[in-house]
Design a protein around this ligand. Structure first.
Ligand code: PEP
Ligand code: MG
Length: 586
């Protein structure tokens, strides 16, 4: 059995069969074919050779006339190599003599050839070993693709499948969810990447940042994925399998137990009411809100409407989407205006070849909307029109300066004016709030609070920008620290600014859905939390076992604590307080 660990997402466990999507990094299969299959195995090899040849010729034809002469010569070398007996004939002999499968027969012969080139003294000829690699990899790709084409994998039903990939974009995660995927594992990625957030929201257990995941697993391996600890097990024996099945059933029991809290109020022991809202990405998630008893939506990430398509949705399509969400739910629905950019590209960034060096610091969110009013205005019109169907709130992401805010507010005013002139109905009092997720805005939160109807703290980005760690880079994830004194002070500053301006402040980053931070945030004075719906009941349980007044005193000491280790211990102590005193569920 092999146990590998990355970062767990979603706290659930799942059992399923591996489906590896990164063919290029997969191990070359080695097996023996039966005597009567040798002939067809040789044919399979020869047809892969023919396809490789055809592909190289096609590439050659597409080389533009003005391309340097070397481009053609380079492909000629590869075409010649395809005819070399070591590549074209010796693998056939190895198949006949040892009954090797085609891939393995090719690999063994190619290794000999590479070794030969490696030992040549002339540096030019020695470098030819790279060409051998490239040609052999092309043939291998042809051979391996024909067995189980990875591109087709995403088209089928993925129930019972654990997809293993180098990386998945948020757009991929949406597709996988629609195909009924059981779990996924990626080599890259961190816990607050948008792909991870989406996995949590959609209830897909996942492990991200499991380095070289695609090399460890093979199609069809039975895997146990633990979203809580980040462990993936392969080659499980019956005992472990039973243990995992037991954990799945305990999980179901715990969920059942928590569901008793669904209609209970979120009130602290000393009588303070806390507003628990949900974050949604897809309109279909409104069903889940009902199940977990959310009071409304604190963050609707509308950019997901724009993904997996070539054209952005027009005003009419957006109007219908927002109207449906508003119709389906009674509480406030906070519709965040487009936050595209950085790791949220419509197609995962594949179509646009230009790679930005620092996309998280680039033309993202409100910056993109202000530079492209053709994206921003139809969205604002759609939200305002839909506001007749419920309690809509507009929320502007990633504000960093007041002038940006003033421009955005001016466009909102203009759009309202246009609608009124056209005789289209909308709620003229729709609250307009802003996300505080850039340190500059958190430090000057009072200035923003004076111009907005509400604030929402986006700790995912606030932590990324304050601590200078890329939220999707698993190599620096260890620095992601919601308890960093600077983060706690910024959160405190925003809550105080909201209180002084007399406007509500909510928190909609991942921190809001982690019960380890609930008491700390209550102590800082937060009374509105927005999170993935599946986290809601556990947070409610925490709220109902907390004494806010007492927490406020304890949290002041935490804010003043200069020693990070001691600070952590004080937070642990908050979480342990009253553990025996309160019964967790009624
Ligand atoms: C955040 O940054 O905390 C947030 C909620 O927004 P997103 O994760 O979509 O960037
Ligand atoms: Mg954000």
């Amino acid at each position: 059995m092999l146990a590998l660990t990355g970062t767990g997402i979603g706290r659930r466990v799942a059992i399923g069969k591996a489906m590896v999507l990164d063919r290029s990094r997969q191990e070359i299969p080695k097996y023996e074919v039966s005597q009567d299959q040798v002939h067809s195995e040789i044919k399979r090899f020869q047809s892969a050779l023919a396809r490789t040849r055809a592909e190289l010729r096609r590439i050659q034809e597409e080389i533009p006339d003005h391309a340097p002469h070397e481009a053609n010569a380079f492909i000629d070398v590869h075409l010649l190599m395809l005819q070399d007996p070591v590549i074209a004939e010796q693998p056939v002999r190895a198949m006949e003599e040892h009954s090797y499968n085609a891939e393995w027969a090719l690999k063994t012969q190619a290794d000999t050839l590479v070794e030969f080139f490696r030992n040549i003294e002339d540096p030019y000829l020695r470098s030819k070993k790279d060409d051998v690699h490239q040609v052999v990899n092309r043939i291998l790709e042809e051979l391996m693709i024909e067995n189980d084409p990875p591109a087709a994998a995403l088209d089928g039903n993925l129930a019972g499948r654990v997809v293993i990939a180098n990386d998945l974009t948020p757009a991929d995660a949406v597709t996988l969810h629609h195909r009924g995927i059981t779990a996924f594992v990626t080599s890259l990625g961190g816990p607050i990447s948008h792909t991870a957030i989406l996995a949590r929201s959609l209830g897909i257990p996942a492990v991200v940042g499991l380095h070289h995941a695609v090399q460890y697993f093979h199609n069809g391996d039975l895997l146990a994925v633990d979203g809580q600890t980040g462990t993936v097990l392969v080659g499980l024996d019956q005992t472990l399998l039973t243990e995992f099945q037991q954990r799945q059933s305990n999980q179901a029991k715990r969920e059942q137990q928590l569901s008793a809290l669904r209609n209970e109020p979120a009130i602290t022991c000393d009588g303070y009411t806390v507003n628990l809202l949900a974050n949604i990405e897809l309109p279909e998630e409104t069903d889940t809100l009902e199940r977990f008893g959310a009071n409304g939506v604190g963050l609707y990430r509308t950019e997901f409407l724009f993904m997996n398509r070539t054209e952005p949705p027009d005003e009419a399509e957006q109007y219908e989407a927002y109207r449906d969400v508003l119709d389906a739910l009674t509480g406030p629905i906070t519709i965040r205006t487009l936050d595209l950019g950085a790791d949220k590209q419509v197609d995962g960034g594949r179509a646009d070849g230009a790679t930005k060096i620092n996309p998280a610091l680039g033309l993202r969110a409100i910056r993109l909307c202000l530079s492209e009013p053709t994206l921003f205005r139809p969205q604002l019109r759609a939200i305002l029109r839909a506001s007749m169907n419920g309690r809509a709130r507009i929320m502007i992401p990633m504000l960093s300066s007041l002038s940006e805010l003033e421009q955005a507010l001016e466009i909102v005013r203009e759009v309202k004016h246009d609608l009124a002139r056209e005789g289209i109905e909308f709620d003229s009092k729709v609250p307009v709030g802003g996300m505080i997720e850039v340190p500059a805005a958190a430090i000057a939160a009072d200035l923003f609070a004076n111009r907005l109807d509400f604030l929402s703290i986006g700790t995912n980005d606030l932590i990324q920008y304050t601590l200078a760690i890329d939220r999707i880079d698993d190599e620096v994830n260890y620095l992601y620290d919601p308890l960093h004194p600077s983060i706690l002070r910024l959160i405190n500053n925003v809550i105080c600014a909201g209180r002084e301006a007399g406007i509500p402040v909510s928190l909609c980053g991942e921190m809001a859905g982690d019960p380890d931070y609930t008491r700390l945030l209550l102590g800082l004075g937060l009374v509105e939390f927005s999170m993935e719906p599946t986290r809601l009941l556990e947070i409610k349980e925490r709220v109902r076992t907390s004494e806010r007044e007492k927490l406020m005193g304890q949290t002041q000491q935490i804010l003043e604590c200069a020693d990070p280790a001691q600070l952590r211990m004080m937070v642990d102590q908050l979480n342990r307080d009253g553990e025996q005193k309160y019964e967790l569920v009624p």
